[in-house]
Design a protein around this ligand. Structure first.
Ligand code: ZN
Length: 152
């Protein structure tokens, strides 16, 4: 198990040091939202381009904060690209479900991609807000583009 935890740690640090899909997208047509996690000082501005078939065609993130918040947003950006908004919402539910289980055993959900590396955050309730900031900001962008969400 130590080997797997080390691998997860490496994946998290890789996304933190080399965040994927950094930058911004022009609005319109892209949707955007600002997500803030005041308890840790994390901030993410998320941009998503959604086409006429409700498919997320592009994602961009401008963020600052701790390794958990920034790596989770980076992993999310890779995971949702090419998915429909409904599929992205399902992934958000599955991901939050994963973080709610403190003893999931050794059954990683491979559909989750690199996000599975954040499983261990379930043991640190104070960091769950960091881990969910990206998805909360995504849901906010899809619901009310241009608005701000604060993770309480
Ligand atoms: Zn944080």
């Amino acid at each position: 198990m130590a080997g797997l935890e080390d691998l997860y740690k490496e994946i998290i640090m890789d996304h933190y040091r080399n965040p994927r899909n950094q930058g911004s997208l022009e609005a319109p047509p892209a949707l955007h939202a600002l997500g803030i996690n005041p308890s840790c000082g994390d901030e993410i501005t998320l941009y998503v381009a959604v086409d006429a078939h409700d498919v997320i065609t592009d994602v961009a993130i401008d963020g600052r904060g701790c390794s958990v918040s920034q790596s989770a947003a980076s992993m999310m950006s890779e995971a949702i690209k090419g998915k429909t908004t409904a599929e992205a919402r399902e992934l958000s539910d599955a991901y939050k479900g994963m973080l709610a289980i403190t003893d999931a055993g050794d059954k990683p959900d491979l559909a989750m991609g690199d996000l599975v590396a954040l499983r261990g955050v379930s043991k640190f309730p104070a960091r769950i807000k960091c881990a969910t900031l990206g998805f909360n900001t995504l849901l906010q962008a899809l619901t009310e583009s241009g608005s701000t969400t604060t993770t309480e």
